[in-house]
Design a protein around this ligand. Structure first.
Ligand SMILES: [Zn+2]
Ligand SMILES: [Zn+2]
Length: 78
């Protein structure tokens, strides 16, 4: 029941909770739909995955053949 013991225990709980919280944030930060790639897993609907729109680079996917992920908007993170 010494104050030192209480502080140490509190700090240990706080530290472990902080680690768990930051680990959870890091896990949630990566978009689960695109796995952090920022591009949708389905081919671009406009160019149908070719990356070309006529003779031009597809304006929707910008020639990447895949549109930006609808969940993260191309950021790769939530
Ligand atoms: Zn396209
Ligand atoms: Zn995404």
């Amino acid at each position: 029941m010494t104050p030192f013991k209480n502080i140490t225990r509190r700090q240990w709980i706080f530290t472990s909770m902080a680690i768990l919280f930051s680990a959870g944030v890091a896990f949630a930060a990566i978009c689960q739909t695109c796995q952090g790639s920022g591009i949708s897993s389905t081919p671009c609907g406009l160019c149908k995955g070719t990356g070309l729109y006529g003779q031009m680079k597809c304006p929707t996917c910008k020639g990447k053949r895949f549109q930006n992920c609808a969940v993260c908007g191309g950021a790769g993170k939530n």
